[in-house]
Write a protein that binds this ligand. Structure first.
Ligand SMILES: Cc1cc2nc3c(=O)[nH]c(=O)nc-3n(C[C@H](O)[C@H](O)[C@H](O)COP(=O)(O)O)c2cc1C
Length: 184
């Protein structure tokens, strides 16, 4: 595959199994993430890497935040939440640390964090590592952000699940461009 063909074949995967990306692979993903467009070089992105036993800790943080929002949560639901991070051998929590800046409104910082996260996912794809970007209620939980030690102005951008892709890959559907692109 040419690099362009690889780029165009990116697809999310929700069945991700061991092995987790290696330390070297994570470093490459992070270099890609840190190459995102970034107005005024604010570098607003932060990444926390969970793998092995720290995935269990992440599950406990998920449970604490969920119980904070709903103390009456049923036991089976709590268990499901606890196991969420175990759906892949690695989860990277991407966040954005927003600052007040004369020239860079916060929406630009959020866009930059999105671009950074996509760079990370794309670098994973280039190394044949499967990924899926997830959010859900927990991504917006201040309690979870506190549990994870995020700063006051920092928010979760997404939970990036990473690992080897299980099962056969469905072909990437071709999107009809005319619905989205206008030549002027
Ligand atoms: C900000 C953001 C949040 C997302 N949150 C979820 C999520 O919580 N659960 C989910 O199944 N997909 C979520 N997605 C979508 C998947 O990551 C994925 O893009 C989608 O399933 C389409 O698959 P594709 O990437 O192969 O086109 C999210 C995507 C973005 C950009």
């Amino acid at each position: 595959m040419t690099p362009l063909e690889t780029l165009l074949s990116r697809k999310s995967h929700n069945k991700l199994i061991s092995p987790a990306p290696s330390k070297n692979q994570v470093e490459i993903m992070m270099q890609a993430a840190l190459r995102a467009p970034d107005h005024a070089q604010l570098k607003p992105w932060r990444y926390q890497v969970f793998t092995g036993s720290s995935l269990i800790q992440l599950g406990e943080h998920f449970v604490a935040a969920s119980l904070f929002a709903n103390p009456a949560l049923a036991a089976d639901k709590i268990e499901k939440i606890r196991n969420k991070p175990l759906r892949a051998p690695m989860v990277i929590v991407a966040s954005v640390n927003l600052v007040e800046h004369q020239k860079v409104p916060q929406v630009e910082q959020i866009l930059s964090a999105g671009a950074s996260t996509q760079n990370l996912i794309m670098a994973a794809h280039f190394m044949r590592i499967g990924a899926i970007w997830r959010t859900g209620d927990l991504a917006f939980s201040r309690k979870l952000m506190d549990e994870l030690g995020l700063m006051k102005n920092e928010s979760i951008v997404g939970f990036i699940y990473l690992g080897q892709e299980e099962g056969t890959k469905k072909p990437v559907p071709l999107v009809e461009q005319t619905d989205f692109v206008e030549w002027r």
